[in-house]
Design a protein around this ligand. Structure first.
Ligand SMILES: NC(=O)C1=CN([C@@H]2O[C@H](COP(=O)(O)OP(=O)(O)OC[C@H]3O[C@@H](n4cnc5c(N)ncnc54)[C@H](O)[C@@H]3O)[C@@H](O)[C@H]2O)[C@@H](O)CC1
Ligand SMILES: Nc1ncnc2c1ncn2[C@@H]1O[C@H](COP(=O)(O)OP(=O)(O)O)[C@@H](O)[C@H]1O
Ligand SMILES: [K+]
Length: 539
């Protein structure tokens, strides 16, 4: 499991660790890891004489970059440091760089002809280290740093962000002004949420984590009564985590024991959505799929194994979870089907037109005893919250949390980095918190009145397996069926959502393999995605 922590958690862990270590030890570890990555990047074309530019701001982020630059200079690279606040540069880092033979240019707000001076080293650079600002940054980059961005971009150099791309908000991934786009980010101690979430992930490039010994401190803080506390701000599943929870039938399992998932989907106008949702459900690990609705013939033609009912969900027979919404239509038939499904006592996944129908009613908690999961894309989330789509895209995590609180549901917010979040725990930070588990939807609605946006006591997952090729019509329907089937198979709601997003993203990659793909192909690739994941558990 990869995890990410908020800045206040990182600071508290660093402070605790620093009390036990010699002065400067943490920065030494960070700079050593950073320099090792840079040397690897430079090695193929040779380190000796390689032109490198270090952009150094006024804080410890600049210190990391300067110490790493000193190591590169010590290996023969031609390093130029560009100081954005010459009077406030990290003294130890600057001294080390000078001692190793690095060149220094001043580029502060009061320095004249800065652009002319830095233009030549930047145009020659093979590697640029961005040590302008790290977790101490606020807002987009300041003008004295922002004016260098066009030169860096024009240089064609590989840009390595130190800890995080300068100008990116570490906690949210928000980009609120100029930001230096990186090919690679070398981050220290733990991932920062902004590196994994959109839109930040899009400017961070590949993220490389350097272990500086923070792990045990972060774990101690998570369990302790003082400081920012709480577990990781974000969890990011890996193959082994998914393999550990995939439902596997035992010797005595029958099809009903594996779970039956019901789908209330499709309409004369959108029969394909029902077929696609079913195509995900039949490959989800559930033992059987029931379909209730008006396009049973289309479903049967594509999937003869499905149990169909040509009426409403209430009369369709027993299921362990319902999916409602894909292609359902927003007329009275859709409204009725949604009402029947929500009145059931099993977990319910609401997607597409089901969400449209709920958005029309406005935000209000869904008081259900069983868990409810919403699977909106940004546009649907915006309608459910009554905000602009752009606002959701700029800060998806905050909006996923708001949505979970406003409706008292678990949320899977689709996008290039899909977010899954539980509703707030009852009583906010002091409440039962994560131990509450995924079943507390109704209680979450209570907490939502107080603590919107407080992610401390609930698990939030981000999925990184996707690919832009998944942005193809109907791929969301496949996901809905898949996650519904995982719910029916007995996975807790937040796990079903996170595991479903993981397999769906991987299937998207396998189906696309670098070329356009279709929703049916994504569904067909699900078994291979499952096999690849499962093989990590069996060796
Ligand atoms: N605290 C620690 O123990 C460690 C910190 N490390 C490094 O230290 C960094 C944090 O250092 P600091 O707390 O000094 O903070 P930063 O170096 O991230 O930034 C603070 C400085 O940047 C300036 N600044 C803030 N916003 C800006 C903006 N929008 N545009 C331009 N300049 C801006 C501020 O005036 C301030 O002087 C981490 O990101 C990491 O790189 C690592 O060395 C590991 C150990
Ligand atoms: N740029 C992207 N990178 C990765 N995944 C994406 C991207 N864009 C969309 N997706 C994924 O594709 C799916 C699209 O779902 P959705 O928007 O509901 O489409 P539809 O309504 O056509 O089924 C979601 O799983 C989403 O996370
Ligand atoms: K940086």
């Amino acid at each position: 499991m990869r995890t990410a922590h908020r800045v206040e958690q990182v600071r508290a862990a660093e402070a605790a660790l620093m009390r036990r270590l010699p002065d400067g030890e943490l920065m030494r570890r960070a700079a050593t890891g950073l320099a090792a990555v840079c040397l690897e990047l430079l090695s193929p074309a040779g380190v000796y004489g390689a032109p490198v530019v270090v952009l150094a701001g006024s804080g410890d982020n600049g210190g990391d970059a300067l110490f790493a630059g000193a190591r590169l200079a010590g290996r023969g690279a031609a390093v130029t440091a560009v100081l954005l606040s010459p009077r406030r540069t990290h003294p130890g880092g600057l001294a080390a760089l000078r001692a190793a033979g690095g060149r220094v240019l001043h580029a502060g707000p009061d320095d004249a002809d800065v652009l002319e001076r830095v233009a030549v080293p930047l145009s020659r650079a093979r590697l640029v280290l961005d040590g302008i600002v790290g977790i101490g940054g606020r807002g987009g980059l300041r003008p004295e740093a922002a004016r260098l961005l066009p030169l860096v971009e024009a240089s064609g150099a590989t840009v390595v962000a130190v800890d995080l791309p300068s100008g990116l908000d570490a906690d949210t991934g928000r980009v609120s002004g100029p930001v230096l786009r990186a090919h690679l980010t070398v981050t220290f101690g733990t991932h920062k949420p902004g590196l994994l979430l959109s839109p930040g992930a899009g400017v961070a490039g590949t993220v490389h984590l350097v272990d500086i010994g923070l792990g045990p401190e972060l774990a101690r803080l998570a369990g302790g009564p003082d400081g920012p506390g709480g577990g990781p701000a974000l969890y990011c599943l890996q193959h082994a985590d998914v393999a550990a929870v995939l439902p596997v039938p035992g010797r005595d399992t029958d099809k009903y024991g594996r779970g039956v998932v019901g789908l209330a989907a499709g309409s004369e106008r959108y029969p394909g959505a029902a077929v696609l949702a079913v195509s995900g459900a039949v490959r989800s690990g559930a033992g059987a799929v029931r379909y209730a609705g008006s396009v049973a013939d289309a479903v049967l033609a594509a999937h003869p194994e499905v149990l169909v009912h040509r009426g409403g969900p209430r009369e369709a027979g027993r299921v362990q979870a319902w999916v409602v919404g894909p292609g359902l239509g927003t007329g009275s038939a859709g409204e009725e089907a949604l009402g029947e499904v929500l009145a059931s006592d099993v977990p319910v996944l609401v997607d597409a037109d089901g969400l449209g129908l709920l958005a029309a009613r406005g935000p209000e908690p869904l008081y259900r005893d069983a868990p409810t999961l919403f699977t909106p894309h940004a546009g649907e989330a915006a309608r459910l919250l009554g905000v602009e789509r752009a606002a959701v895209e700029a800060e998806p995590l905050a909006h996923a949390l708001r949505l979970a609180d406003a409706y008292g549901v678990t949320v899977l917010l689709k996008g290039d980095r899909t977010i899954i979040t539980e509703p707030a725990a009852p009583g906010g930070a002091e409440g039962l918190g994560r131990a509450q588990g995924p079943g507390g939807d109704g209680a979450g609605a209570e907490a939502g009145r107080g603590g919107a946006g407080d992610a401390r006591e609930r698990r939030v997952f981000v999925n990184t397996t996707g690919t832009g090729w998944l942005a193809t019509a109907g791929s969301g329907d496949v996901l809905a069926g898949l996650v519904g089937g995982l719910l029916a198979a007995g996975l807790p709601v937040v796990e079903a959502a996170a595991v479903g997003a993981y397999l769906h993203g991987l299937a998207g990659r396998l189906a696309a393999s670098g070329a356009p793909t279709t929703a049916p192909d994504v569904a067909r690739a699900l078994p291979e995605a499952w096999r690849q994941v499962a093989s990590t558990a069996t060796g």
